[in-house]
Design a protein around this ligand. Structure first.
Ligand code: DGJ
Length: 750
């Protein structure tokens, strides 16, 4: 245990380390608050890190009379609070019964335990006794009976820590919790770039990188979901850090609701990074005996560039967040009828698509929106989860049976959190939707949000879903969510509890996931929120894959999938091949490119297969067979981004098997260039000494050769036409996959 957490009882210093990462803090003498000493690349353990304490007389407010070095404004802290001379934004804010917000949390004790306990009602990473060690620090408020517990878990094999906080009211009075950030860390310099993922519907996960400026900068959500606009992730990268090298801290939040990811650079160039529930619209009434747990934040350190950071996130989430039932398991290749039919289908059409799917080697048929109530468009029936007899005439049961009898698995779309006007639950329970009854309640896509802060609402939807799921053996559910919350108000909560609505709503969503998975543990759930509007680690805990975007265009997907891979493993990234002209941008790309982009994700089809030509069907059959063969490599291997779609016309990425025996490289060119320049793609992650055979290539090549010199592009394009000189021209939107297999050195042809 002490190998991972070193504790100096005399100086009250704590050093979490695993040979990759070090995280050091201590208890300050005069104020008993926690002082951050170091976070970053592992350093050797010392009995004391007292030499890292910085104290100077500065022009500031000081807590201790006569001492001019006790300003917390100048101390790096673990959980800053208001009222202690620190003028930066706090990690914790409480409104006391007297109306003030002055707190002082003082160190009491610590506990160390093997592994990691489950968080109450919240998704979080998990780890066994041999995989992680947890340190808990207990602090007590000097002015009340509030106890704050900060929990730190260090994974033994990964350059990653998790943090979360819990506050408990052990006294007699009621307090208002106004802010409890899950993670706060003060870094000693500000020479970082702030990197984050932003977007909107159909263009999620776009990468942005800007130098830090003095003052506050943040990304956040106020929408009731983590949202398309910003992912609950950010990174702080040193200026010289790129994909391949340099230092970077990555921060990711295991939560699906409103979040705040804030960085504050103070006048002394200290950088405070924070991650937690967004204090805007948040408040929690802490009654006597009550406790509040803030969700978990994950911090990754990498000195191997952004790729190093992402590989650690992928490992943390594959090994410690995604259900072991799915993280290493084969995912079915699916066909989804949404872009094929939208709402306009009947059983005959569905069976035609399903029969085609089977013949093409596809494994799972997903019936999307429109199968229930009277839903022929997006203005009705949400909340009425009974099959529309016009669509499957013998109900979901009948269709399920027919699809299964073809030898396919069957999946179904739900949007459990929503309600349409005219449905029984809407008419019978007008108080079950979120919004103030005396004020305007806005619709989004003609629908309203059910008040999932009410357990009876969650129970009602569970019962309805259970009736469908229990009627047959449904293998997969696509769980959609297509609007944000704009007027947070619950008719079941008192005035002093209205700040709790957004968080209670998300807890209700998690509770429904728990209930469904408790009863149907084998069910594969793909989460979705109008595409990637809730692509976050919180939902990944329940749903091992997320539909990354409603944009299925192969060129747009390069950016979306590249950005998403910053945090999330390829096995989580829902990706389909769709028809052309593409339904979101009307672009014409080849079936080859669409397949070769979607291959780096969960993989499936979303098109009307009856409209495919025989030639196209041959290609689809080959694609399906190829992905089946390569899926373990793609989903379990180490992913490297090689060339960024945000920076050039070429995108390249690759995945390498963990034993380096095999790799798959994807190279994509958006526009064709006349008389193109020579191009080489430097590979990564290979065994320098091993000989690799690239499928179709004449010569095997060594790992060092491929990583130093690279793939030499050009001659091996599959041309759409030839130019005047007889050169093969791939045209716009081209792509090529390169599959590498380690071979015996005796096969080297010299
Ligand atoms: C939004 C999803 O992202 C789509 O894939 C589709 O399921 C529609 N909703 C259905 O309404």
């Amino acid at each position: 245990m002490t190998n991972y957490i070193h504790i100096n009882e005399t100086n009250k210093e704590f050093h979490l380390t695993n040979g990759k990462i070090s995280y050091i803090f201590r208890v300050m003498e005069q104020t008993n608050t926690l002082e951050q000493l170091y976070a970053g690349k592992t350093i050797k353990h010392r009995e004391s890190f007292g030499h890292l304490i910085e104290r100077e007389v500065r022009p500031s407010n000081n807590q201790v009379t006569g001492d001019h070095t006790t300003s917390l404004e100048h101390v790096k802290q673990e959980m800053p609070v208001y009222g202690t001379t620190d003028f930066r934004y706090p990690g914790l804010e409480i409104r006391y019964p007297e109306g003030d917000r002055i707190s002082q949390f003082e160190y009491q004790s610590y506990q160390v335990e093997k592994g990691k306990k489950k968080l109450p009602d919240l998704p979080a990473t998990f780890a066994g006794a041999e995989e992680a060690t947890t340190l808990r620090i207990l602090l007590k408020d000097r002015y009340s009976d509030l106890i704050l517990t900060l929990s730190y878990t260090i994974f033994h094999e990964l350059s990653a820590l998790t943090r979360h906080a819990e506050i408990k009211n052990t006294g007699e009075k009621t307090f208002q919790l106004e802010r409890l950030m899950s993670l706060s860390v003060d870094l000693p310099t500000d020479d970082y770039d702030f990197i984050h993922l932003h977007g909107a519907w159909a263009r999620e996960a776009h990468l942005e990188r800007k130098p830090l400026m003095t003052g506050v900068q943040s990304v956040s959500s106020t929408r009731g979901a983590s949202s398309h606009v910003h992912n609950p992730f950010f990174a702080l990268a040193k200026k010289n850090t790129n994909e391949q090298q340099g230092e970077v801290f990555g921060f990711s939040f295991v939560y699906s609701g409103n979040f705040l990811a804030q960085v504050e650079v103070d006048p002394y160039h200290v950088t405070r990074a924070m991650l937690g529930i967004n204090p805007h619209q948040f408040g929690w009434e802490l009654e006597p005996g009550a406790a509040f747990t803030a969700p978990e934040a994950v911090m990754v350190y990498s000195d191997a560039g952004l790729n190093g950071m992402s590989r650690t996130f992928h490992d943390v989430y594959r090994k410690h967040l995604i259900s072991p039932k799915w993280s290493g398991k084969k995912r079915p290749i699916l066909i989804n009828n949404w872009e094929a039919t939208y709402f306009d289908f009947n059983e005959e059409k569905i069976m035609e698509l399903a029969a085609d799917a089977k013949a093409l080697g596809i494994e799972l048929f997903v019936l999307d929106d429109g199968w229930f109530g009277k839903r022929d468009n997006d203005a009705s029936s949400l909340g009425d989860w009974t099959a529309d007899p016009k669509k499957p005439p013998n109900g979901v049961e009948g269709l399920d049976e027919k699809i299964h009898s073809l030898g396919l698995q069957f999946g179904l779309w739900f949007e459990p959190e929503m309600v349409s006007v005219g449905t029984p639950i809407h008419e019978d329970h007008p108080d079950w939707k979120i919004g103030h009854p005396g004020k305007n309640i806005s619709h989004g896509r003609n629908q309203y949000v059910l008040d999932f802060s009410r357990p009876e609402v969650v129970q009602n939807i569970f019962n309805q879903m259970d009736a469908i799921l229990g009627s047959k053996s449904i293998d997969y559910v696509k769980w959609d969510m297509n609007r944000y919350i704009s007027e947070a108000y619950s008719q079941s909560l008192t005035a002093t509890k209205q700040g709790e609505v957004m968080h209670r709503y998300i807890l209700g969503v998690y509770a429904l996931y728990e209930k469904i998975l408790d009863k149907y543990p084998e069910l594969l759930i793909e989460s979705c929120a109008g595409g990637g509007g809730r692509f976050d680690p919180g939902l990944l805990y329940y749903a091992p894959q997320t539909w990354a975007s409603d944009d299925t265009d192969a060129v747009e997907r390069l950016k979306i999938q590249y950005g998403t891979s910053m945090v999330y493993p390829l096995s989580a990234n829902g990706s389909h091949v769709s028809a052309v002209p593409n339904h979101q941008v009307a672009r014409m790309t080849s079936l080859k490119m669409r397949g070769e982009v979607a291959a780096f994700g969960t993989f499936g089809y979303e098109l009307d297969s009856t409209k495919l030509s025989e030639k196209e069907k041959v290609i689809v059959r080959e694609q399906v067979a190829q992905v089946k063969r390569w899926q373990p490599l793609i989903h379990q291997g180490d992913f490297y981004r090689l060339e960024s779609p945000f920076e050039s016309n070429t995108t390249a990425w690759m995945v390498v098997a963990s034993d380096k025996s095999e790799a798959l490289v994807g190279v994509y060119h958006v526009l064709a260039k006349p008389n193109p320049a020579y191009e080489r793609i430097l590979l990564e992650g290979l065994d320098t000494d091993a000989l690799y055979q690239i499928d179709g290539a004449e010569r095997a090549r060594y790992g060092d050769d491929l990583m130093q010199i690279g793939l030499v592009l050009g001659g091996n394009y599959i041309g759409r036409a030839q130019d005047y000189w007889g050169r093969s021209m791939p045209g716009d939107f081209s792509s090529q996959l390169y599959h590498l297999q380690k071979i015996d050195k005796s096969e080297d042809d010299g």
